[in-house]
Design a protein around this ligand. Structure first.
Ligand code: SPV
Ligand code: MG
Length: 544
């Protein structure tokens, strides 16, 4: 079924063939040219044997096998919704091959086929036409009948192409054959001529009258005004090879210029843009499908790592560098964090530096400096990072420069579609029974068998919660969608507008979101992370 009209391609073509007015169809030879022909407004396509063989750079002598033609047609049929008339040469064999061809064409939603009364392997009509032998008329009639018997869609059309003029037999033979093919069941006659004037086809039409639709290919008599064809009552004009020929001219010109100039400058504005190619390929549809079907990955997600504070509790280890640069297993904490983000495809990482900022110098990171680190807090650093970013808001994972984690954490955060997602460790008692990052969490469901596959949301977050309400500790991760990124940027600015909030931390932001009834999705885990808060932790992290 065609998406355009709701009727089959074969039916669309039949309506064109039998319409009262002169109709035009245009050659195409692959999916791209088929789409271009359709976009130009044509109501049908001529799948030209000359053009299809030429785009493979083989001769129009059945050098391309019929299945190779079929394969090409499949791309054309997929790319365009308008009906396709295949130039089926001589039917690629006898009546039996013709039957199989019709079945295979119908399977590919090809609307119609035209066969010519010459011998396999055929030769193009414009190459020594006068010397070409014609098919036995009765045998050709059998082929038409066999094709008509093979079709399952009653609207599939078979056009019989009469080559009597091409082969030098004249009007009487042309009419005799046309009559026989019409009798055999052909839905239309294509009368071909290699003259530069339309005399032969006009003479034919004069005698033939309107016994059945007549199709012409004015490649050689191109100077004839189209109104002549209209007035004489022809049904259909085929512009038979002009997509191929125009592309050849364009390609030759481009190749020559490039070879001579060794430069793209004089080419760029004269060729289709890459985005035009993407449009023709319908890249947008794939993009949409990916959004629908692909699990959300880390693509398009960036990370902000808050690493401005010293980490005084690590004593001499942080005299010359901030905590994030303290080495664990031979590499700075920050480098482990970057590795975990990178491992899930997050490359865009902003690190907020403050204390001993020059010591934070790992490559491939974007640095934002909070020079007021001593007098400000996490939200101040976070706002600086958020405001440093250009372009549209992105999904963002916010985490701390002293929290080590397994790549499972950012991976899981990225997979969730909620606007705001945090991680809660339900194994909080093992964590020492207190929330070092400043947040005990109460959620809609505790981490239990019931929580499996359930969507769990945060109810409250606080440094002190009644023991029975505590479902875990907030682990220091916050993922925000592009819209939530915009929202939190403005909320943080509001919070920081109050001088008393200069040192505000992320839990305060989360509490503010809860107060606004903004849903905060919770992912539970047990372990997979470690915050470094003491020399002991440094030692323990050696085994993380
Ligand atoms: C074709 O386009 O392949 C045709 C028309 O058969 S012509 O080349 O004019 O014979
Ligand atoms: Mg042909």
């Amino acid at each position: 079924m065609s998406l355009i009209t709701g009727i089959t391609a074969a039916h669309q073509f039949r309506k064109l063939l039998t319409s009262e007015q002169l109709e035009f169809i245009c050659e195409a030879h692959n999916g791209l040219s088929a789409k271009i022909v359709q976009e130009a407004g044509f109501k049908g396509i001529w799948a030209s044997g000359l053009s299809i063989s030429a785009q493979f750079c083989v001769r129009d002598n059945n050098e391309a096998s019929w299945t190779q033609v079929l394969e090409d047609l499949e791309f054309m049929s997929d790319a365009a919704a308008i009906p396709i008339l295949l130039d089926g040469d001589t039917g690629y064999g006898n009546f039996n091959n013709m039957q199989r061809l019709v079945r295979k064409l119908e399977q590919r939603k090809i609307a119609a086929v035209c066969i010519e009364d010459k011998l396999f392997p055929k030769t193009n009509s414009f190459i020594k036409g006068g010397t070409q032998p014609m098919a036995d008329m009765q045998e050709f009639c059998g082929k038409i009948k066999a094709g008509k018997d093979a079709q399952t869609d009653p609207n599939f059309s078979i056009i019989a192409r009469v080559e009597a003029f091409i082969c030098g037999w004249g009007l009487a033979e042309a009419l005799r054959r046309a009559e026989a093919y019409h009798e055999a069941g052909a839905d239309g006659i294509l009368i071909h001529s290699a003259l530069s004037v339309p005399d032969e086809i006009l003479a034919f039409k004069q005698e033939w009258g309107s016994r059945c639709p007549v199709v012409i290919v004015p490649t050689k008599y191109y100077a004839t005004p189209t109104d002549v064809f209209r007035q004489q009552g022809f049904s259909m004009v085929i512009w038979a090879n002009h997509m191929l020929r125009s592309s050849v001219t364009a390609m030759q010109k481009t190749a020559k210029t490039l070879k001579e100039q060794e430069h793209l400058l004089s080419i760029e504005d004269k060729v289709a843009s890459v985005s035009e190619i993407f449009r023709l390929q319908n890249a947008a549809e794939l993009q949409e499908a990916e959004d629908r079907y692909f699990p959300k990955g880390a693509e398009g997600t960036s990370a902000i790592v808050l690493a401005a504070s010293r980490g005084k509790e690590l004593e001499t280890l942080t005299e010359q560098q901030p905590k994030t640069m303290v080495k664990i297993q031979g590499a700075p904490i920050l480098s482990h964090i970057v590795d975990a983000y990178n491992a899930v495809g997050i490359k865009d990482i902003v690190v907020v530096r403050g204390y001993k900022k020059e010591a934070v110098n790992l490559p491939n990171l974007t640095y934002v400096d909070n020079n007021d680190f001593a007098d400000t807090g996490e939200l101040d650093s976070l706002l600086k990072a958020l405001q440093s970013r250009k372009g549209p808001a992105q999904s963002t994972i916010i985490s701390y420069g002293d929290v080590l984690f397994n790549k499972y954490i950012p991976q899981s955060l990225c997979q969730e579609t909620d606007d705001c997602v945090i991680f809660v460790d339900s194994n909080w008692q093992e964590q020492g029974g207190y929330a070092r990052l400043g947040g005990f969490a109460e959620c809609t469901i505790p981490n239990s068998r019931k929580a499996f596959n359930a969507k769990i949301y945060l109810k409250q977050l606080g440094a002190t919660l009644p023991h029975e309400s505590i479902h875990g500790v907030w682990m220091g991760f916050l993922k925000v969608s592009p819209s939530a990124t915009t929202l939190i940027t403005s909320i943080i600015a509001e919070i920081l507008a109050k001088p008393a909030n200069r040192k505000a931390a992320i839990p305060q932001l989360i509490q503010e979101l809860l107060q606004r009834d903004y849903p905060i999705r919770v992912l539970y885990t047990a372990g997979h992370w470690l915050d470094i808060n003491s020399l002991d932790d440094v030692v323990q992290a050696g085994n993380f």
